[in-house]
Design a protein around this ligand. Structure first.
Ligand SMILES: Cc1ncc(COP(=O)(O)O)c(C=O)c1O
Length: 351
């Protein structure tokens, strides 16, 4: 606290990211949903080549990257917005499109950054409860509100809605913006991007942090019809003209274009998730059906806090949320088979 703080700063409850230990040797890091594999070698080569351009400002419109994303998703380049991680894309979305008199609706258990953005931008919101199976029930969104925001697959449950359900929601609420945060969609869920052409009330947000193994590069994007993208550009150009540096732009283009690496890596992670789910179930865990690169699991005989602390003491980091309704759960990122093996061996000592 300081007398120089503006009132909004005094009222903020900032997001707390998962731990990034300084010393990573010997640690099995399954706490922040990073990809356990290195990014495509094409990304590293593209970044090395871009170093020559560091003297210059980067392209403020990230034209080549937006074209690469548009080609991959079959949309027009001006239907693509890029930002410094999908967190920044989401932040601009909250400010540009989600601040209205009626409250924004999102699930009570979802990405914990959403209420933080509401606090920052003064947006009223209602947290809509998940059902007893921790699923989103679309009928629960038939209540007063200005817009709907869903993470699909949801985080931290990993449970996804099919594309058809998103289309039902869009049809049911044609006058509400529906934002779908697809940070984890590449691990087995259906993207809503093909619905953009016929729904002017849909904005889809994705990231290169998870399925492209580029959390450190900070690249995210949104796809939507032109008026929505224009709103994001207006906020971006009133905030920072150059959110993506030239290394990030070049690396991201190479990542989007390397489909062989992408398909191979996501298949490996999906296969490891299935083995991890079976191994956890065999230890007595109740594991939610995940379509993400993490699983959400609880053990009937051990508390989430106790297990997370026991794992941590043995060099295995997972995420535990001290929040009513989910405090018995652990969110475990799918690592390599070797990392998952160490997690399971360690849990065997604890349960
Ligand atoms: C649901 C969800 N959305 C968005 C993000 C932000 O990802 P990034 O800013 O790395 O693109 C995360 C990160 O964990 C997430 O879990």
């Amino acid at each position: 606290m300081s007398r120089f703080w503006s009132p909004v700063v005094q009222s903020l409850s900032p997001y707390v990211p998962g731990e990034q230990p300084k010393q990573q040797d010997g640690i099995v890091k399954l706490n922040t949903n990073e990809n356990p594999y290195p990014p495509s070698s094409h990304v590293l080569a593209a970044i090395a080549a871009a170093v020559e351009r560091l003297r210059l400002y980067p392209d403020p419109r990230a034209t080549v990257l937006r074209e690469a994303i548009s080609a991959r998703f079959g949309v027009a380049p001006d239907e693509v917005f890029v930002g410094n991680g999908s967190d920044e894309v989401l932040a601009h979305t909250f400010q540009a499109l989600l601040k209205h008199d009626a409250p924004l609706l999102f699930p009570d258990i979802t990405y914990s950054f959403y209420p933080v953005y509401c606090g920052l931008y003064g947006i009223s919101y209602v947290e809509v409860p998940l059902d007893a199976a921790m699923r989103v029930q679309l009928a629960d969104y038939r209540r007063p509100g200005s817009a709907i925001l869903l993470s699909n697959p949801n985080a931290p449950t990993g449970i996804a809605l099919p594309r058809q359900a998103i289309e039902t929601l869009l049809n049911e609420h044609p006058d509400r913006l529906v934002v779908i945060d697809e940070a984890y969609v590449d691990f087995g869920a259906e993207s809503a991007v093909p619905l953009v052409a016929r729904h002017d009330n849909l904005l889809v947000v994705q990231t290169l942090s998870k399925s492209r193994a580029l959390a450190g590069l900070r690249v995210g994007f949104a796809i939507g019809q032109r008026p929505l993208i224009e709103a994001l550009e207006r906020v971006k150009d009133s905030f920072n003209s150059y959110p993506l540096d030239c290394l990030a732009q070049s690396g991201a283009v190479a990542a989007i274009e390397d489909d062989v690496w992408f398909q191979d890596t996501r298949r490996r992670i999906i296969a490891s998730r299935d083995s991890l789910t079976s191994a956890l179930s065999a230890l007595g865990f109740d594991v939610l059906p995940s379509q993400a690169n993490f699983v959400f699991a609880r053990h009937p005989g051990r508390s989430g806090a106790e297990l997370a602390a026991g794992l941590r003491a043995r060099g295995v980091l997972v995420r535990h949320f001290q929040k009513p309704g989910i405090q018995e759960f652990l969110r475990i990122t799918v690592g390599t088979d070797e990392q998952c093996g160490r997690l399971i061996a360690t849990l065997r000592e604890l349960v």
